[in-house]
Design a protein around this ligand. Sequence first.
Ligand code: FES
Length: 218
Amino acid sequence: MEAKSAKVEHVLQPETFEFTKANLTQAKKIIARYPKGRQQSAVMPLLTIAQRQHDNWLPRVAMDVIAGMLGMAPMRVYEVATFYSMYNMRPMGKHHVQLCTTTPCWLRGSDNIVRACEEHLGIRMGDTSNDGLFTLTEVECLGACVNAPMCQITSSEEDHFYEDLTAESIVDILKTLAAGKQPSPGSAAGRKSSEPVTGPTTLEAQQKGWEKMKKGAA
Ligand code: FES
């Protein structure tokens, strides 16, 4: 599959943006949470709503609409949106695959995960597959190091962590998404939360201690 390089492509900006009725209602509810004069604090949730509505990326006109709603200079909204990696300034694949390569994930094999994704999709990091289904992005620590290596996959509808990945399990996840199905988020190794791979131990030891105490008291 030939890669479409997003780094050099010209981003065609839409001329207008309007929140859907449901999203406008939600946006107004969020703005109303903040004290008078502090409405600008709603900028991040509003950007998130706009991005989800607009196929997982933020056109400039959407940021302008939000600036108008919050009484902010458009530049202030652009500054917020371009600072955080969770906002996308260009069209994305339907599924935005964000691969963590920070030290704990790297030590646990993130290089293999990156290679498996690039080989399976036939694209390089930062690119979007020609079928428009996947964009690959390298990200810094997402706070789930204890279940490294991991990635986050976002789309207009979902936002999930996939953890304890192997080259095989990430490819399975990509195939499931390509088939229009939802893979199981969380640990690919079947761990619950971040318990040890051998299963929970701390509470079991405590339980045994209580049982011993009860026997002694009987
Ligand atoms: S280093 Fe990957 S989640 Fe923290």
